[in-house]
Write a protein that binds this ligand. Structure first.
Ligand code: MN
Ligand code: MN
Length: 403
């Protein structure tokens, strides 16, 4: 590639310049001097964001950044595990969801705690033992593994512990963009900041019982791997069927959409009754295939890219349309009602999560809309003959397979 005269990284055909006043790659065709890059350059970043320097000809600037990444978030490392987060403080557009990516070594414990917001989680690797209490004060102790979810309503206490042999790695979605993993109510903090005579009175033991409590919180710390799940459940007083299930096996659930291009699995309060404030979709897109053009009327979409590489254009009022590239560990945000697609631009399956601050999943498919209108009406808008419109998909298909 000529460093001073970039050629487009990918083919992005357009039908002409859609923008007035003229701007964008289509407008500068035939005038290569105008693309000359004289600004500072970072070839490594540019290689990951081909759409940033050379956007598709259909893009028109600009709108708030909708890309962030756990890969640029400082990792909080402690004995027992680590965490990194993307909150609204660093990702301004995301006011409904904040995200955390955490690892717990085998036996590693995320300290008993609670917080002001609900916690939704997707297990990406390994196994984890979780404990919580229901609103009725009834306990749950469960083991989750890769592909499973948990949901803790705001204010309900919980703990997480990595299990062998690989520990646990997961992503948390809080239902408030300002929630931080460093902003939680910790068991050890409360003990250390309560007069010992009050602790003694509360628990009916001598003050000396508290002489060795930690004076600094633990947050994440190494622990002994727990024994059999059934033993822990019995010890905690779990009664089977007493509470709604806290966990959901998302990757084992029936897909909403499935074809040769991939699949979409939905978990919301309809099939996962515990999850009252976060709905989610686990999306797998095969190379060259695409999440179809659509939007979501009910909530912003907070995305977490687990594997592969993808490209998304967000269509906004104005009009504004911006294309950004995503890699594993990245986070995306699409405001409610803004049109988008996600295309697999790599050679391995693209896997990402869509989460929404809502009790239910909702979408409008462009293909479904256009196929449920009088054809003559659509034809007059787009100058596409009715016989061609008749070959459009007759409804939502979720994923468009590579043809
Ligand atoms: Mn928590
Ligand atoms: Mn979407």
């Amino acid at each position: 590639m000529d460093p001073d005269n970039r050629v487009p990284h990918h083919e992005t055909p357009s039908l002409g310049n859609p923008d007035l006043p003229p701007e964008g790659m289509e407008n500068i065709a035939g005038d290569p001097a105008s693309t000359r890059m004289t600004g500072p350059r970072n070839p490594v970043l540019e290689s990951q964001f081909p759409s940033a320097v050379t956007a598709p000809g259909t893009d028109i600037s600009t709108q708030p950044f909708f890309w962030s990444s756990f890969n640029i978030s400082p990792r909080r490392q402690q004995r027992g595990g680590w965490a990194r987060e993307v909150t609204q403080q660093d990702f301004a557009i995301s006011d409904e969801i904040a995200g955390v990516n955490m690892y717990l070594e085998p036996g590693g414990i995320r300290e008993l705690h609670w917080h002001q917001t609900a916690e939704w989680a997707y297990m990406s690797r390994g196994r984890c033992r979780i404990t919580t209490l229901s609103r009725e004060g009834l306990p749950s102790v469960d083991d989750v593994e890769s592909g499973d979810l948990w949901f803790f309503p705001a204010g309900l206490p919980h703990s997480l512990q990595g299990l062998g042999p690989d520990g646990a790695e997961f992503v948390l979605a809080f239902d408030d963009g300002e929630q931080s993993e460093s902003n939680t109510l910790l068991l050890t903090d409360w003990f250390a900041h309560t007069p010992p005579d009050v602790l003694a009175k509360n628990f009916g033991v001598a003050q000396e019982a508290f002489k060795d409590i930690p004076l600094h919180n633990l947050w994440i710390f190494p622990g002994d791997e727990p024994g059999e799940l059934e033993d822990d459940q019995a010890a905690a007083g779990v009664e089977w069927g007493a509470t709604n299930p806290v966990i959901f096996r998302l990757s084992r659930s029936q897909p909403r959409y499935q074809n040769s291009g991939g699949s979409i699995r939905i978990a919301d309060s309809k099939n996962y009754t515990a999850s009252k404030t976060v709905a989610a979709a686990l999306t797998i897109i095969e190379p060259g295939s695409m999440r179809e053009l659509h939007w979501h009327p009910n909530a912003d979409e907070w995305q977490y890219y687990l594997q592969g590489t993808g490209r998304m254009t967000v269509f906004n009022t104005g009009p504004h349309a911006n294309t950004t590239d995503f890699n594993a560990g990245d986070v995306g945000l699409v405001r409610r009602n803004l049109g988008h697609y996600v295309e697999n631009t790599g050679d391995v399956p693209l896997i990402y999560l869509e989460t929404f601050r809502s009790d239910h999943y909702e979408e409008v498919s462009l293909a479904n809309w256009l196929s449920h209108l009088p054809p003559k009406l659509v034809s007059q808008h787009l100058n596409i003959p009715e016989d061609v419109l008749a070959t459009f998909p007759r409804g939502a298909q979720g994923i468009v397979p590579l043809r």
